[in-house]
Design a protein around this ligand. Structure first.
Ligand code: SF4
Length: 265
C-alpha cells in the first residue's frame, strides 16, 4: 500500500550491525558489536536486479543504521548511473546526527530515489537519551526532520515512552516535543527489554519484568512498570500519544491536501 496499490515491495540488506551501543538495542549485541557492509556497487546491483527481474520498485533497506557518508554517496552515484533511480522508492533508517552532519548529501539521496527516512529521535530529554548511550541531542531533532522535509524526503520519527523514570507529566512533555518537532509520521514505542540487551539485564536484576510471554515483547505491550506508572497506565499513555499526535486537525488537513504521495490520505 505504501508504494501504491499494485506495487511490489522488497527488502535489501546493505549492512549488518551498528557501531553504536544503545542500551535498549538488540541489534548491536546480536551482530557482536560489529558493522559489516556490502560495497555500494553490490547494493546497487542487487537493487537493479530486483527492479528489472521482478518489477519491484519499493525497496526497504533493512539496516538499522545505514550510516550516511561516503558509502551512501557512492551508492547514490551507482543508482543514478544505472538509471534506476527515477523508478525506485527507497526507505532507510538513519540517525538524526548523521542527517545533520550529512545534510549536503540529502539532495543526492533524494535524486537517487530515497523518498523516506526513519530516525530514532527517542526522547525529549537529554538525561534519558544519555542513559540510553544513544549519543544524539534532543535539540537536533527538529533540524533533522526539517532537513528531510526541505529535501522532499518523508520524515518519520520513532520515540520511546515507558522509561523507568516516566510519569504522566514526562510523557506529556514527550508529546509536546513531538508536536514541536513535527515529523510527517511519528511512531511511539514502549521501552522493551529485549533479551541480550543491557536494558534486559538491568530489568531482570531489579525485578522489573512483569511479562514472560515473548509474543508481547512487541514495543506495544508494556513489559515493565515505571517508578510512577503501572503497566496498564503505561499502555494507556501510549494510546494517548497516538491520539494526541494523529488527532490534531492540522495533521488531518495536511493529509487531505498534501501533494506528497506518502503524506496524502
Ligand atoms: S538503536 Fe540504532 S544507533 Fe543505537 S545501537 Fe541500535 S542500530 Fe545502532
Amino acid at each position: 500500500m505504501i508504494a501504491g496499490p499494485n506495487a511490489g515491495y522488497a527488502m535489501v540488506e546493505a549492512s549488518r550491525g551498528c557501531l553504536h551501543k544503545c542500551t535498549f538495542c538488540s541489534q548491536w549485541p546480536y551482530w557482536g558489536g560489529r558493522w559489516r557492509t556490502k560495497s555500494p556497487k553490490r547494493i546497487a546491483d542487487e537493487m537493479e536486479h530486483i527492479y528489472n527481474e521482478y518489477d519491484i520498485s519499493f525497496l526497504w533497506l533493512t539496516d538499522d543504521n545505514l550510516g550516511l557518508g561516503k558509502r551512501t554517496s557512492d551508492l547514490c552515484d551507482e543508482l543514478i548511473k544505472k538509471g534506476v533511480s527515477d523508478n525506485i522508492t527507497l526507505f532507510l533508517q538513519a540517525r538524526s546526527d548523521d542527517i545533520i552532519n550529512q545534510k549536503k548529501l540529502l539532495p543526492k539521496m533524494r535524486k537517487a530515489g530515497n523518498y523516506w527516512i526513519m530516525a530514532g529521535l527517542e526522547r525529549h530529554d537529554e538525561k534519558t537519551i544519555g542513559n540510553y548511550h544513544k549519543g544524539i541531542k534532543p535539540s537536533d531533532s527538529k533540524l533533522s526532520m526539517d532537513l528531510l522535509k526541505e529535501n522532499g524526503i518523508f520524515a518519520q520519527a520513532t520515540l520511546i515512552m515507558g522509561d523507568r523514570n516516566d510519569s504522566h507529566s514526562s510523557i506529556q512533555q514527550l508529546r509536546d516535543f513531538v508536536n514541536y518537532v513535527d515529523p510527517d509520521l511519528a511512531i511511539f514505542m514502549v521501552l522493551t527489554p529485549f533479551p541480550g540487551t543491557d536494558l534486559y539485564k538491568k530489568a531482570d536484576e531489579n525485578g522489573w519484568l512483569e511479562e514472560d510471554n515473548w509474543a508481547n515483547y512487541d514495543m506495544v505491550h508494556a513489559i515493565m512498570p515505571t517508578e510512577h506508572l503501572t503497566v496498564p497506565e503505561v499502555e494507556e499513555e501510549l494510546y494517548l500519544c497516538y491520539r494526541d499526535f494523529y488527532g490534531s486537525m492540522k495533521r488531518r488537513l495536511t493529509g487531505v491536501f498534501s501533494k506528497h504521495n506518502l503524506i496524502a490520505t
